[in-house]
Design a protein around this ligand. Structure first.
Ligand code: IPD
Ligand code: CA
Ligand code: CA
Length: 258
């Protein structure tokens, strides 16, 4: 049986997911028919978030909300964190690698989280102490130890977020691993570490809504989370390094010996 919180998050995500999937279908047409794709996407982000809030606020009327599109909504109890579409650039380009993210934080600790890709119907969830799951199957991080066999995800910075050390980080990671992947949705990068599809992931300057659910899912799947140089990750951190635990120290070395 699903924990009560995950049940509610799933209900909210599946309802909002229908809106996301419908608009995704439209965007494939719009790509050919219209130049106003950007406006359309903004409206999809807002519509999905509104739908999520409507369901969640019914069940959690007193919660604080931290959302990407509506900002903070002050409440009295736990904090519910929402990213209505993680992977908006993928969405705009008709790439079906997108997700809805909902997480719950109590006293600075992530207690529950879901990541849902409504196009591929992949529903990832974790509750503290209850393991990590995808579509009713328990998920685990990979067992790879040899970096030359490992695929590492990253979020390549763009625009104003570019920092010069990134290219050295990328060089090290490319040189010593089986390759680097830039998949375009940080939440799903963490979900993919949790299923062992990729073995590690790093990105700087992320928001809590990008990673909150993924952090718990990775931990419950046996993975490790820290800041890229090895210090503890907290809900205030903006930079993250994720791994299957076994290769964590080696990844820190690649990110610090620049
Ligand atoms: C973005 C995605 C992307 C990451 C960016 C995020 P958004 O979120 O997760 O993979 O590289 O840092 O901002 O804007 O699509 O919700
Ligand atoms: Ca995001
Ligand atoms: Ca988003």
């Amino acid at each position: 049986m699903l924990p009560a919180t995950i049940n509610i998050f799933e209900k909210a995500a599946r309802k909002a997911g229908r809106i996301l999937a419908r608009d995704f279908g439209e965007i494939e047409n719009l790509q050919i028919q219209s130049k106003s794709v950007g406006d359309f996407v903004t409206s999809a982000d807002l519509k999905v978030e509104q739908s999520l809030l409507e369901t969640l606020q019914y069940y959690y009327p007193n919660a604080n909300y931290l959302t990407e599109e509506s900002g903070s909504i002050k409440g009295k109890e736990e904090t519910i964190v929402i990213d209505p579409i993680d992977g908006t650039s993928n969405f705009i380009h008709g790439i079906p690698h997108v997700a809805i993210v909902i997480g719950k934080i109590v006293d600075d600790e992530i207690t529950d989280g879901i990541i849902f890709n409504p196009i591929l119907n992949e529903f990832y969830w974790a509750s503290k102490g209850k393991g990590a799951w995808c579509n009713n199957k328990r998920i685990r991080v990979s067992k790879r130890q040899d970096l030359t066999e490992c695929l590492i995800g990253t979020g390549a910075p763009f625009g104003g977020r570019i920092y010069s050390d990134y290219y050295k980080e990328l060089e090290n990671m490319s040189k010593f691993t089986a390759g680097v992947r830039r998949l375009g949705a940080a939440a799903l990068d963490l979900a993919y570490v949790s299923t062992g599809k990729i073995d590690g992931f790093w990105e700087k300057d992320l928001n809590l809504w990008d990673v909150c659910s993924g952090v718990l899912i990775v931990q419950e799947a046996g993975g490790r989370i820290s800041e890229p140089e090895g210090s503890d990750w907290t809900t205030k951190s903006r930079d993250i390094l994720v791994s299957n635990t076994l290769i964590h120290k080696k990844l820190i070395k690649n990110l610090t010996l620049l």
